[in-house]
Design a protein around this ligand. Structure first.
Ligand code: 5GP
Ligand code: MG
Ligand code: MG
Length: 176
């Protein structure tokens, strides 16, 4: 699969994602049954995962969308920009952050710090993908779809320079 100047190969299929997302949904339903959680989906990357995950969540809950950007092309710049989109009162709420991927953890560490200021009842992270070898922060990731090696991936919401978010499977960069 060619995206712009790079060649990618299939890595995680839509079927594998679907099955894993259903399991995560069940776990969330059990853990948050009476907690009226507020899901915070991090755009753009988590849009597809959030959508599929929420279809498996059958408990009383809300979802809201936030956005920041730090990632230029294939390398994390390390600096996270301003967050936009959050209007809800988070005080006393049980929050579940929905992310596409945790790489260095810079984005999540920064976001968790912002959220803590609002005095939520609890905060957990649900990330589709996790690259443990790239992690630079002591993050607790309660819901992880797949642990993956530190290779660049695209598809199912994740982009390469804006392209590939629409792919239903996840691809990884092909190293020739
Ligand atoms: P972190 O702050 O954990 O280093 O990563 C922040 C963001 O970088 C992720 O939410 C994601 O949008 C992007 N990112 C990290 N690794 C990858 C990757 O392998 N592929 C793509 N497309 N984006 C990535
Ligand atoms: Mg993201
Ligand atoms: Mg990106």
């Amino acid at each position: 699969m060619q995206i712009n100047d790079k060649e990618f190969e299939i890595f995680i299929t839509a079927e594998q994602i679907d099955s894993r997302v259903k399991t995560l949904g069940k776990e969330i339903n059990e853990a948050y049954q009476d907690k009226n959680p507020l899901f915070l989906s991090v755009l753009n990357g988590a849009f597809m995962f959030s959508s599929d995950l929420m279809k498996e969540v059958h408990i009383r809950s809300e979802i809201s969308f936030v956005k920041f950007s730090s990632y230029e092309s294939m390398e994390s710049t390390g600096s996270v920009q301003k967050m936009i989109g959050l209007k809800e009162n988070l005080s006393g709420r049980h929050l579940v952050v929905i992310e596409d991927i945790v790489d260095t953890g810079n984005t999540m560490a920064y976001f968790l710090k912002l959220l803590a200021k609002e005095k939520p009842a609890s905060v957990e992270i649900a990330t589709l993908l996790f690259k443990p070898q790239a992690l630079k922060h002591p993050l607790q990731l309660k819901y992880v779809g797949f642990e993956i090696p530190p290779k660049f991936v695209v598809g199912y919401g994740l982009d390469y320079d804006g392209y590939g978010r629409n792919l239903k499977d996840i691809y990884q960069l092909k190293l020739n």
